[in-house]
Design a binder for this molecule. Sequence first.
Ligand code: GDP
Ligand code: MG
Length: 166
Amino acid sequence: KSGFISIIGRPNVGKSTFLNRVIGQKIAIMSDKPQTTRNKVQGVLTLEKSQMIFIDTPGIHIPKHKLGDFMLKVAKNTLREVDVIIFMVNATEPRGKIDELIMDMLENNETPVFLVINKIDQVHPDELINIINSYKNKYDFAEIIPISALQGNNVDRLLETIQKYL
Ligand code: GDP
Ligand code: MG
């Protein structure tokens, strides 16, 4: 099985940390190839039974008033074409304006969206439940998975769950 995954989320939630953890130095190898850069491939993870191609979605966290209609369309179309969207949020911060904009953008999109709550190494489990609920009642996520991209907690479970959707 093989499929495309797009990771979206406001700056500093840990998107690059996650990609570096799962793909590591392959990212650098990929970016040396001009054709893959053009295709916005951030990296490819090859596992025993599956291959995950992570692609970039430019413009996704730019506020709507600054984002032209064209860019918004490009971002939305990219998100329609992938197999899984990872919406990454920060467990240590409350839901913010950019999160709202992203969830608005995801409205009417039929691609499964995973809510991935990162940085769980920094929060108490009770707080984590509150933050999960604050997102959950705003959007119907296909999966909700708390992780620590930095320490690696639950990252394997996330990858296993993605495989079910490819
Ligand atoms: P991006 O802007 O979404 O790509 O976020 P980065 O991957 O650059 O991470 C932003 C900051 O958060 C960096 O200082 C990371 O080390 C830190 N960070 C990322 N993931 C975690 C995590 O799981 N736990 C903690 N404590 N810090 C993290
Ligand atoms: Mg980054």
